[in-house]
Design a protein around this ligand. Sequence first.
Ligand code: ADP
Length: 452
Amino acid sequence: MKLKTKINLYTTVMFILLLVLINSAIYVTFSRMMYDHELERSAAEASKTVEGMNAANATVEIGDLLRAYMPVNGMIKIVDTNGKSDEIFTDPNQQHLIDIPTSFYKGETREIIEYKNMPHTFISLPIITSGGEVANLQLTESLEGTAHILRTLRVVFIAVTLIATIPVLLSSQILSNFISKPIVSMIETMVEIRRSGKYKRISLPKQSNDELSQMGKTFNAMIDQLETNYESQEQFVMNASHELKTPLTIIESYTDLLKRRGLQQPELFHESIEAIHSEAIRMRELTQQLLLLARHKDQWNMTMQSVDVEKLASGVIRSFRAAFNRKIDLKMKEPVIVHADQKKLKQLFYILMENACKYSDAPITVHIDKDEDKGFIEIIDFGIGIPAEELTKVFDRFYRVDKARTRKTGGFGLGLSLAKEIADAMNAQLRLQSEEGKGTTAKIYLDLADSY
Ligand code: ADP
């Protein structure tokens, strides 16, 4: 069953049920009140007749007395202990009441009886006749008027229920349309996306901010994100294959040369082997970085612990001084112990140190300190710097400020994006400040160990 039909059906059925319930409750209460009132009235009439009989005290003929007290729409009679009645007086319009079977009651009785599909009040009071015998004064009155009122009330209630169903049906139709429209539109968009393979958005009303509109907005945002992810993935694959193409072309042309003239020319053989070897190393480095980048944040397997930043930094600085033959100063006032994964922090530090060495010639400064509730490591170089407009882009995969220059220095444009991923996985923040021609400062903020 469609959502629209379900909403229509449930709201209408529920409303009608509610209306029937309310109407029935009103009807039952009202009819009971009316019948009680009628019984009271008939009982009062019967009592008055008995009082009249007692007051007359055999001075008036019993028949005349009963005739005088006979109800307008009913019957009055005296019933002896055998259930027989000689004195019966009936309204000419209610002659059929004579056929109601007669019986004697010991105590006072009052009830509503149904006779020939018409409700009647029936009152029976014990009396002592002028002859000193026990008997019943029984009064039966037709409730035709009350029955008519109740019948009219029933018709009104049924009509009201039927008439009220029309606006309910209309409003539930509007409601179901209102709810199902964005959902239908979303389904259509999804089907269209699947069919065409293109990312589409659903159109949303501008003003509305209800849950359905929020659902639509979330859907569109999700599609935006999917599209961006898809595009960046596509870009990533294109960049990766492009990066692999150059070394593969170099290897191919050198192997061609080797095949043709390698055996005759030993110097060509050595040059080729050297070039193939260096390109193979470059490809291995690239694939290693790609593999690291392909890892999901959850797959980093962080082992968070207390790390003495000075100890970690001095080890790395020592290696860099030796490998790059550079002057690197370490500035630190007090020990800084952070909450981090030692190996990953070292890797992050390596990437930033490598960049500082690659893109500067002047001495590099490493500054370790605390800043409010964070510890930080700053790697300051006085090199070529990064133009302001490129500062956010350098974290993108394969992004290089100057392609020709970087190719010479050997980077793939993957270092900073890898550094960012590591920082994110470790809950560290990575900031980059730079001025073209003056130098760059890379800063890693880390949680202090004593806050854990
Ligand atoms: P790469 O492996 O090419 O260095 P990165 O992702 O580490 O890739 O850096 C991206 C680009 O940012 C580099 O190509 C370089 O142009 C620029 N860059 C990064 N660090 C520095 C720095 N310390 N000084 C100047 N330029 C830098």
